[in-house]
Ligand binder design. Sequence first.
Ligand code: F6P
Length: 472
Amino acid sequence: MAKTIIVSNRLPVKISQENGKYNYMPSEGGLATGLGSIYKDGDNIWIGWPGLAVSKADHQKEITKKLKTESMKPVFLTNTEIEEFYEGFSNETLWPNFHYFNQYIVFDDDMWRAYQKVNRKFARAIAEVLEPEDTIWVHDYQLLLLPEMLREFAPKASIGFFLHIPFPSYESFRLLPWRRELLEGMLGADFLGFHTYDDMRHFLSSVNRLAGLGNSNGMINVDNRKVMVDALPMGIDYDKYAESAAAKETLEREARYRESIGAQKLILSIDRLDYSKGIPQRLKAFELFLEQNPDYREKVSLLMVVVPSRDQVGKYKELKEEIDLLVGRINGNYSRLNWTPIHYFYRSFPLNALSAFYRMAEVAMVTPMRDGMNLVCKEFIASKLDKKGVLILSEMAGASKELSDAILINPNDMGELVNAIKTALTMPVKKQMANMISMQRSLQRYNIHHWVNLFMERLHHIKHEQKALETQ
Ligand code: F6P
């Protein structure tokens, strides 16, 4: 029977090594929960990198055996591949280009070759388990070449691709010397999904200008094969966050945290360490807010969580130093014995702790310079069981297209950011609740399960149409 193969750079598991033993922790990421019901079913499987370098053959065997029991198949990367494919081409070339940080791009042919080589490695791993009629769902910018590689040896397979980060405008994308190959790689899919209409439009424009292919309502004709493109904004597992916000452990944590932090209002900021997230800009806006509004000092604190990420990449290391300096400066200038302006954590937290933070915060500041979607703002909303709280959201986050009841800001406009903090802190409860209820309704409906079903439906629909055409 035909099966479904999920492919992403990282497997939905965190593996760590302690005293020569491997520990396995299931990932709590949105994708892992959303696809859980698919990849654990029957012969279905998830293929990806286990997230660490494993060179010894017997260790690779041990990990492969263990993961098999969880319907996963690892693709092992060497240290050089991690450096050149993951940290390099994926995160020093594609990531800055797709997020409009073009001054950060590293153009390096060796990295490009590593990217091709690793995409090929993934293709081979898939080939080992692939049957002609299987469905393959490829995820994200690390694997843009994979759909075409798969198409070569499995012309009948249903191949879907979803991009989790923005697709840049043609003017940004054309800077990449490998733009044509990247597009052709993606066009190997039958169905391509993007978070927003704008991402999809940018992709279609590049396809038109670089590959000379037009489209009719998102349908592209590639070598007599139909490729469909659409915008499908990813949702969250709404019930999981709402339930966690009501859990006993969360409430206990909230009481403990509140006791140590005091009664002041809280503005929440949670991100992975990334320059696309606008963390220094947010800190500067908070600093300016305190400077311009002395009566708010000692009455409001910023609770800032930065989750370590890609810390071997130069720009991420620099960003970490910049954040440390800014937090030090602001706390140094404004702290009182009974009040800390910024509670800063450079670490990750378990779900119950995050839920406690979401519950405690009057305001969440989600102000990326650019973000494919952003799920933190959705998690904040789902956790607000009393419907009180205000979201300040960047127009540059994909989520802003759905969450128009948030306070929408341009993260480059410092004045607007500062005003938004004041507006949020003084918003009447009635208005807070009206906005929250409307956003909750939409997120409850367009949740992660809805997104997965819609993607699969579209993929099967286009495949069905292709088959009908072939038999005509
Ligand atoms: O936002 C894109 C993305 O790939 C997410 O899917 C993922 O959670 C995040 O970046 C972290 O990526 P990495 O694998 O580099 O830690």
